[in-house]
Design a protein around this ligand. Structure first.
Ligand code: PHB
Length: 390
């Protein structure tokens, strides 16, 4: 009898400890930041980590009486590694929040862990529409591919582009971009004559671009994830697609601010749609770009950095609102519905979908002070993810 009681008490204590991780270390608030720091997506990790550290430097490392501890883990963008690291962060480190997630498969692999452990999961990079539906504990501060692709399909036919070939990375965000671009272009009287998909890992764009050259569409629409854009641009120019009169149009992932300035003048004139440009002309963004650059040896922030910076804001404010006393559910509730000015413009975390609502810009690559930038020339305000209506 005595023994049974003891066991029950021990179990109750263990369950209590597991359910209230914050109590174990009263004054520390842990953020487990899982990012690709090496491999094909390493630029995403570098940008987001730098942005998270900048946010902490600017806003202090103590919030609502808690010391913020950032635990950065490299998942090399392999989803099995992301899942394992998330599990360790929740069980061993007892993190209060999971964050990061450089690519869609990493976010999807972690979603069940967030659900089971009731840990808020802030997706700062991955951008397939369906991600937020994979767990009720997911909040997103990046963007979705449907959200940014539709604007370009509205712009193109008004600018003499009727026949388009699409070329996307063959996984979630690419398939989203292809589908939503095509639907809207067709609705607007244009036509996607061919839809090409390239593998995510070690893509060779050359044979695809040769096909596009032979097909001679008015334009080629491209989505590839951050980090792969420069290779597409190089081969587009090397194969002479521009000289053949084929325009390159893309989501802003291709003219990524992390790489754009090294792409050379061949990139001039490329029109893209996206939610963030380092050239965004607001006072807040100018301050952000200057601070980011001076803290990181002149590095220019890209859209991944902004997703990380705003993700930290969402976490900090949730901690303030809950006065440092809340568990996962209270934090999540305080993340929903946040509305604030980001370096990209005004943003809103829709309480229903837990996804981001934001302005989407049309931009053109131009030279300013000898540097290449995505210069915004039009804006569509307060765009919700069109993927959620389906
Ligand atoms: C994704 O895998 O969801 C992803 C990665 C990089 C991007 C966009 C989407 O630039």
């Amino acid at each position: 009898m005595k023994r049974r009681l003891f066991t029950a008490a021990a179990l109750a204590a263990a369950t209590f400890a597991a359910a209230t991780p914050a109590l174990a270390q009263d004054n520390v608030f842990k953020i487990g930041l899982i990012l690709p720091m090496t491999g094909q997506q390493a630029t995403t990790g570098r940008q987001i980590e730098a942005a998270a550290r900048l946010y902490m430097a600017q806003n202090g490392a103590t919030v609502a009486g808690k010391k913020i501890e950032l635990i950065v883990k490299d998942d090399t963008s392999l989803p099995d590694a992301t899942r394992r690291l998330a599990q360790e962060l929740v069980v061993n480190d007892k993190v209060n929040v999971l964050a990061g997630f450089g690519i869609t498969p990493s976010a999807l692999a972690t979603a069940p862990i967030a659900t089971q452990s009731k840990t808020p999961m802030v997706v700062m990079a991955a951008a397939t529409s369906s991600i937020t539906q994979a767990s009720p504990y997911i909040v997103r501060t990046s963007f979705t591919l449907p959200q940014v692709s539709v604007a370009l399909a509205d712009w193109a036919p008004k600018n003499g582009i009727k026949k388009v070939v699409t070329l996307v990375s063959d996984y979630g965000p690419g398939i989203d971009a292809e589908k939503y671009f095509k639907e809207r272009l067709t609705f607007n009287g244009g036509q996607v004559t061919e839809a090409l998909r390239v593998p995510l890992r070690n893509p060779d764009f050359a044979p695809f671009l040769q096909k596009v050259r032979d097909a001679k569409p008015d334009a080629l629409f491209v989505f590839v994830p951050s980090g792969a854009g420069a290779a597409v641009m190089k081969q587009f120019l090397e194969r002479g697609l521009d000289k053949a009169g084929i325009k390159l149009i893309a989501t802003g992932d291709v003219t990524d601010d992390d790489q754009l300035n090294d792409m050379g003048d061949g990139a001039l004139g490329v029109v893209t749609s996206h939610h963030y440009s380092a050239d965004h002309p607001s006072a807040l963004n100018k301050k952000f770009v200057a601070a980011f650059s001076s803290a990181n040896k002149g590095m220019r922030p890209n859209f991944m950095a902004v997703g990380g910076y705003d993700g930290m804001r969402v976490i900090y404010e949730a901690l303030k609102t809950t006065k440092g006393q809340g568990g996962g559910d209270a934090l999540l509730a305080a993340m929903k519905g946040q509305i604030f000015e980001s370096p990209r413009g005004k943003i809103f975390i829709d309480a229903q979908t837990r996804d981001i609502v934001q302005d989407v810009y049309l931009r053109k690559v131009e030279k300013k002070n000898g540097q290449l930038y995505n210069v915004e020339f039009d804006v569509i305000k307060d765009v919700k993810d069109p993927g959620k209506a389906k």
